[in-house]
Design a protein around this ligand. Structure first.
Ligand code: DSN
Length: 426
């Protein structure tokens, strides 16, 4: 029997089918991507997409909130428990809006924010020059140490003393090392700044206790819900009780209208999934896989920014391989290995065609791949770089990738159904 989509919109149905095939038939190494469970997918594709719910539980501007209030309260309580936070706002549409809400909750337009420079691993919304965050606020940036590719907390403190920002942003989008959030909190305290921490990339590692949590050391913690955390695409803010009202007002009505209730519903499911021993094992394996992949890449002569990784991602500096990131990423894509080209610290190339490649292990880990497969993938990557202009070799690698993928089908369930109130999948 045909599904409704197949029947009413065969064109889009077919495109979704093609995307499913692409996702299952490729090694997805973009570190911000993942596969969600069927339970998360069902919640995300549910009737909650039909409901407007401007406001917050018990304080809405529309009627008919009998169910939405319960869902949002559940999502908030699960997030608070998972991150050990006083308050959670689960309404931000994305990490970008969540970051902007965090800043506007605490400071005024024209005040100074200090975040990590984008070529050094920071996010656009950490005050990079093309982001509206650098137009609303006076933005200054700190860097990684050119010698180590890592944070030098003394240098960051010196920059903070020099620029006197009102907010210091910790967290990154392309930084392969563990972050000392306590040190950031201390620096912020020393200069009288607020500390906003963006853990979008490592949220899953934080809730699993593998990386330090910034929650005790930051005024506001911002995250997306779909990276290592493995939920639907969305954003979230966690904060101390004293900032709760300001954070809520900054999200709604400050920046957003009605929350995407289908996403909040799926976030609730993902938070329950993340609150399990299975998730902790998964998060540990992400890091083991990244380390195995990094070690093998080093053996093949790849230069890795900071020399390796402590988390889920690896930043390759391709300058010694005589290929730019874009050409390499496109060749890998033809071999069914999906990555993204990325700037590296001190990159002499243009950001539109930088010298780096960013890869990560959340998605392959969800498929059940472990260290041997991570090493095998390093071999594929090396074969492509060594045969960058040889299409037949690239095609051969693509066939090997397909074979590997066939041994690791995309799972539908990540935890025992019915565990922790996650909806039963039968
Ligand atoms: N675009 C995301 C990433 O890929 O890291 C960050 O928002």
């Amino acid at each position: 029997m045909k599904t409704a989509l197949e029947q009413y919109d065969p064109q889009i149905h077919e495109l979704i089918r093609q995307e499913e095939a692409r996702e299952s038939g490729s090694i997805r190494l973009i570190p911000s991507e993942n596969y969600v469970s069927k339970a998360v997918m069902q919640a995300s594709g549910s009737c909650l997409t039909n409901k407007y719910a401007e406001g917050y539980p018990n304080k809405r501007y529309y009627e008919g909130q009998q169910v939405t209030d319960l869902i949002e309260k559940t999502a908030r309580e699960r997030a608070k428990k998972l991150f050990k936070a006083d308050h959670a706002n689960v309404q931000p549409y994305s990490g970008s809006v969540a970051n902007l809400a965090a800043y506007t909750a605490l400071i005024n337009p024209g005040d100074t924010i200090m975040g990590l420079s984008l070529p050094h691993g920071g996010h656009l919304t950490h005050g990079w020059k093309v982001s509206v965050t650098s137009r609303i606020f006076n933005s200054v940036q700190y860097m990684v140490s050119p010698d180590t590719g890592r944070f030098d907390y003394n240098q960051i403190e010196e920059a903070a003393k020099k620029y006197k920002p009102k907010i210091i942003i910790s967290g990154a989008t392309a930084y392969p090392r563990e972050i000392d959030f306590e040190a950031f909190g201390q620096i912020a305290q020393n200069v009288g700044a607020y500390h906003v921490s963006d853990i979008a990339h490592i949220a899953g590692l934080v809730v699993a206790g593998i990386h330090q949590s910034p929650v005790p050391y930051a005024d506001i913690v911002s995250t997306t819900t779909h990276k290592t955390l493995r939920g639907p695409r969305g954003g979230m803010l966690l904060c101390k009780a004293e900032h709760a009202d300001k954070v809520d007002r900054a999200v709604f009505p400050g920046l957003q209208g009605g929350p995407h209730m289908h996403t909040l519903t799926a976030i609730a499911v993902a938070m329950a999934e993340a609150d399990t021993p299975e998730f902790i094992a998964y998060a540990k394996q992400i890091v083991k896989n990244a380390k195995a992949l990094a070690e093998k890449l080093l053996e093949y002569g790849f230069n890795l920014v900071s020399g390796g990784t402590d988390n889920h991602l690896i930043l390759i500096d391709l300058r010694n391989k005589n290929v730019l990131g874009k050409k390499f990423a496109k060749a890998l894509d033809r071999a069914r290995i999906v990555s993204n080209y990325n700037t590296t610290p001190l990159d002499p190339a243009h950001p539109a065609n930088p010298s780096g490649l960013r890869i990560g292990t959340p998605a392959i880990t969800t498929r059940g791949m472990k260290e041997p497969e991570a090493r095998q993938i390093a071999g594929f990557i090396n074969k492509v770089v060594e045969n960058i202009d040889n299409e037949s070799v690239i095609e051969e690698v693509g066939k090997e990738v397909l074979l590997l993928c066939s041994h690791f089908p995309v799972p539908e369930h990540f935890i025992v159904p019915n565990n922790n109130n996650v909806s039963s999948e039968g």
